[in-house]
Design a protein around this ligand. Sequence first.
Ligand SMILES: Nc1nc2c(c(=O)[nH]1)N[C@H]1C(S)=C(S)[C@@H](COP(=O)(O)O)O[C@H]1N2
Ligand SMILES: [Mo]
Length: 251
Amino acid sequence: MGDERVGSEQGESEPPGTRGAPVGRRVFLGTLGLGALGVLAAPMLQRGVEAFLGGAADIDPTGLTGLLPNGGGFRYYSVTTSVPHKDAGTYRLTVDGLVDRPAAYTLADLKALPQTRMVRDVQCVTGWRVPETPFEGVRLSHLLDAAGVRASAGAVRFTCFDGAYSESLTLEQARRDDVLVALRMRDEDIGHSHGGPVRLYVAPMYFYKSAKWLSGITVTEDVRPGYWEERGYDIDAWVGRSNGRDDEPTT
Ligand SMILES: Nc1nc2c(c(=O)[nH]1)N[C@H]1C(S)=C(S)[C@@H](COP(=O)(O)O)O[C@H]1N2
Ligand SMILES: [Mo]
């Protein structure tokens, strides 16, 4: 499965070979050189540091807080060291590829479309889970229908304005009711650190499918593996029956 990079815009990274382990804790221990203290001491240490750091994850210049649970159990992930900020003035979502009507949506365009709200658990493939998280946005199927998907199409590729991340779904998966182009998370507009202003949300799959900073939807003939999928993660990432894990399904 490989070395999922965990951390911050400052680029902390997770050591390889920690699949299935409590990753934040291991990275944390590794960072401070405390590995020998072992797993038992770690939860206490982590709680202590968290209390000390408070809610500073968004402004922490060291990147250390990015390794810790923040914002109600979420961890901040980015594969790039920095991500440009986009707002209502600069954000665009393009839909292209094997479609009859390519489109470019502004944030206002997306907000004007029918919104769907869902509350499901979020499960990262590295082990952490956040219960009952509301997501809200436009069904991906709505954007695909509006674009007019051609008969030759079989998959969808997602690209991101971080310039590096990508994801993929089969067309059948992409058309599910529980796949959103999300504008809101936890009943707030999605902030920059969680992939705002727009991220993908694929409720039944591991959270790596939910590409942050979504900027492109390209309809393709075949699935083209996404960023982590090229590095060993399963392309069909159903929670509980992929990636060698047995988590409770999220839907
Ligand atoms: N663009 C982008 N999207 C991404 C990632 C990333 O590094 N870059 N990481 C994925 C992974 S592995 C997880 S667990 C979630 C983390 O989302 P969060 O930072 O809102 O907790 O985003 C997913 N989407
Ligand atoms: Mo993840």
